[in-house]
Design a protein around this ligand. Structure first.
Ligand code: FAD
Length: 409
């Protein structure tokens, strides 16, 4: 059979694929990215964390990202009924950048992949990966272009950056249920003029439903009075709010006084989207001749905007290992990739669990104000979930439970 060939084949041109591709191409490797859609394309996941600026920099894409028309972000604000707390990332336990952006992903992702193309990455849009034969040295992908015949692409290593496509998880039987409860998100983009001098557009706003436990909202500002607005709950909870998703989103928003005010007279800029059952896991993040990046591996929950940061971290960890492996070194993928990546993911997981048990809201809104503890929380919320010198990074679960008990007392 005839094969096309490349050094590294990457499935998906989202942030994790673009970042890994750019770094590897800059080392002189031949890289081919297969992307089933055409860019610019919509994606959810719009609020970044400061930690990811270091990852973009490492992969050589910070400069190209900086030219985008993005809203600066310096923290996170939380509101619950009358209560309001904001966390400024400049006051945090871990060193590193304290600001980032909130981005329309159609533009952000496009910019990153164009940066990779400028470094010599071959990106084939409109081509879907439909098959895979794992192999330690010559893995082969089956590619189906939208206009043309299927072909086989032989490479020396495959990175799966297919996000919710979860291509290799499906093709290699790695799928594993998430330990998180299945939730659902409804969201859209809106245009609104926020009439409140206290509104802080440099922060993502997370609101908790005034009476229904587990329902929360995001409110993310973009330039020119555009916003990303979404609500998360269990499917059963959200079903009570109307007959279709647009109604359900509108009605849940009316329940939240701050958002109802901010969105008075707002116009929708796109149809309401729904994503359900997005939390997912895999039994392993690597196998013979391949590794999984970003959402193609594990995805937790949107509440702390950790998705893109984790996706970029996976690229930062995997790309140098691929390079070393192709130079003939033996790589121990469990200890050099999976374990270090999962360490930070598990920190976020503890925070996500503490969010839904209400421990974290009780800590955030409490009057018990230890500056040191605020800084530790601020660092994790800024994405520094791999800084094991932060006491809330190691043993997060136990310490959050303890802390919540103290705050409630
Ligand atoms: P993606 O960005 O999803 O890219 C994958 C690419 O692969 C896509 O372009 C797709 O077209 C392509 N692809 C898929 N299948 C194939 C195939 N068979 N062949 C070829 N190409 C294929 N994260 C944040 O950081 N901040 C947030 O505020 C945030 N909010 C979120 C809100 C919700 C409701 C949800 C569900 C997630 C949110 N996330 C957020 C997570 C974020 O969306 C993802 O973590 C992030 O997009 C992952 O990037 P990625 O590079 O892994 O994959």
């Amino acid at each position: 059979a005839e094969f096309e060939q490349t050094d590294v084949a990457i499935i998906g041109a989202g942030p994790s694929g673009a970042a890994a591709a750019n770094w590897l191409a800059q080392q002189g490797l031949q890289v081919k990215v297969l992307e089933r859609s055409h860019f610019p394309r919509f994606s959810i996941g719009e609020s970044l964390l400061p930690q990811c600026m270091e990852y973009l920099d490492f992969c050589g894409l910070l400069e190209t990202a900086t030219t985008g028309n993005f809203q600066r972000k310096n923290g996170a604000a939380f509101s619950w009924g009358e209560q309001y707390r904001d966390i400024d990332f400049s006051d945090k336990f871990s060193p590193g950048p304290a600001t980032t952006w909130q981005v329309e992903r159609s533009e952000f992702d496009h910019q990153l992949i164009r940066g990779a193309q400028a470094s010599g990455v071959d990106v084939e849009f409109g081509s879907q990966v439909v098959g895979f034969e794992p192999d330690a040295t010559e893995p082969v992908l089956q590619v189906q272009p939208e206009n043309g015949d299927a072909y086989a692409l032989k490479s020396r290593f495959v990175l799966d950056a297919s996000g919710y496509g979860r291509v290799l998880a499906r093709l290699c039987n790695l799928e594993k249920a998430s330990r998180l409860e299945s939730r659902c998100a409804l969201f859209t983009h809106m245009r609104s003029v926020v009439d409140d001098e206290n509104y802080d557009r440099k922060k993502i706003l997370i609101c908790i439903h005034p009476s229904i436990k587990g329902i929360w909202y995001w409110f993310i500002p973009f330039p020119e009075n555009r916003f990303s607005v979404g609500v998360v709950g269990t499917p059963d909870q959200l079903a009570l709010f109307g007959d279709d998703d647009t109604q359900r989103l509108q009605n849940t928003l009316l329940d939240e006084p701050r958002l109802a005010k901010y969105l008075k007279g707002a116009t929708s800029l796109r149809d309401t989207s729904k994503l359900a059952g997005y939390s997912a896991d895999v039994s392993a993040l690597h196998g013979p001749g391949y590794a999984l990046l970003g959402n193609a591996g594990e995805f937790l929950d949107p509440v702390f905007s950790s998705g893109v940061t984790i996706a970029l971290k996976s690229a930062v960890l995997a790309a140098p290992l691929v390079h070393r492996q192709l130079q003939g070194e033996t790589i121990d993928w469990p200890s050099e990739f999976e374990q270090p990546l999962r360490a930070g993911v598990n920190t976020f997981k503890a925070f996500v669990n503490a969010w839904y048990t209400n421990e974290l809201p009780d800590i955030i809104f409490s009057d018990q104000d230890s500056v040191r503890i605020r800084q530790m929380i601020s660092a994790v919320l800024a994405g520094y979930a791999w800084d094991s010198t932060n006491p809330l990074v190691s043993a997060s679960e136990r310490r959050l439970t303890k802390l919540a008990e103290l705050c409630r007392a």
